[in-house]
Design a protein around this ligand. Structure first.
Ligand SMILES: [Ca+2]
Length: 318
């Protein structure tokens, strides 16, 4: 069993990814940590506690910080995820499940120290909690098994940004945190818009999940209706991008993706703030900004049909 910590800002696609992770064979969710992002930290934390109830996840939930390392958090993305962050679906304002005593970053450090070389972190929100864990205890770096993040965009397949023409939301919401996480010498894979915007889940598939996925599948179908409308109205497309679930798909089957290796920097100011730039290892000339930085794996292509099949078959498992 792989021990996984899921760092998340639910968020409709976060909820879909959490169910995917819960149903994944050979995965033990050992903790979930909340991040601000799609909504405020109080709302994403409440949503996360409620999602754990709905999906029957009994792992501890630790709350993250309210904003980025520097500056303010952006406004909630209610136009994407609906008021309350989960498509306007009614959930308890006071969740039954209690919060863990530790902050998210302290929890991450504690789990890595307790289970050296065993913890995989799937991070599908701002990288703030991870960066704070790294600042709190840099000694965790060689003890982490793997980090898989959803974020960034490198211009492959025509995908370069969703909050600006060059910046993706998770990175642009805390560029410094992302740059610090990508600068530490632990094994990081970046699953960005280059692949998540290639994998479009059709409305028909959401309906099938609702019909065949039991109460959890019905819940996914219900919260997804707002997300589908956003994609129809704003992106002019039928279906929705498979953002956070693509990071879980990488965990389950990396062969779904083609990748490129090289160090990654994040632009931390100016009009390109939040842009992710990789210096490919194949290019031997390394400009100063990328020197001394570890090589990361960046996903640049995806087998969409196989990914969607994996999602459907996993979340509809009894
Ligand atoms: Ca997310």
């Amino acid at each position: 069993m792989r021990k996984v910590i899921f760092d998340t800002d639910p968020g409709i696609d976060d909820a879909m990814a959490l169910l995917f992770l819960k149903k994944a064979p050979d995965v033990e969710i050992v903790g979930v940590t909340s991040s601000f992002g799609n909504s405020t930290i109080d709302i994403t934390t409440r949503n996360l506690l409620n999602l754990c109830e709905v999906f029957g996840i009994d792992a501890p939930v630790a709350k993250g910080v309210p904003g980025p390392l520097v500056g303010e958090s952006g406004a909630p993305a209610d136009h994407v995820h609906g008021e309350g962050g989960l498509g306007g679906v009614d959930l308890p304002l006071v969740p039954r499940k209690p919060l863990h005593d530790f902050s998210a970053d302290a929890f991450i450090v504690d789990m890595i120290r307790r289970h050296p070389h065993q913890i995989t972190i799937v991070a599908v929100a701002r990288m703030t909690n991870l960066a704070l864990a790294l600042r709190r205890d840099p000694g965790i770096v060689p003890l982490v098994k793997e980090i898989i993040v959803m974020g960034g965009a490198f211009g492959f397949n025509g995908h370069s940004g969703n909050v600006t023409p060059v910046a993706e939301a998770n990175i642009s919401g805390d560029p410094l945190a992302a740059d610090e996480v990508f600068g530490a010498d632990w094994p990081v894979t970046i699953v960005g818009l280059d692949v998540t915007q290639e994998a479009v889940m059709p409305p028909e598939m959401i309906d099938r999940i609702g019909r065949h996925g039991g109460p959890e599948g019905q819940f996914i179908r219900d919260i997804s209706q707002f997300y589908l409308r956003f994609h129809r109205d704003v992106e002019s497309m039928e279906g929705m991008f498979t953002h956070d679930s693509s990071a879980v798909a990488y965990l389950m089957d990396p062969s779904l993706f083609t990748t490129r290796r090289g160090p990654v920097r994040v632009v931390c100011d100016g009009i390109a703030i939040g842009q992710t730039i990789q210096k490919p290892d194949k290019k031997k000339n390394t400009p100063p900004a990328w020197q001394g930085r570890p090589s990361l794996t960046v996903c640049i292509g995806v087998d969409t049909a196989r990914l969607l099949k994996l999602y459907y078959e996993t979340v509809t498992r009894p």
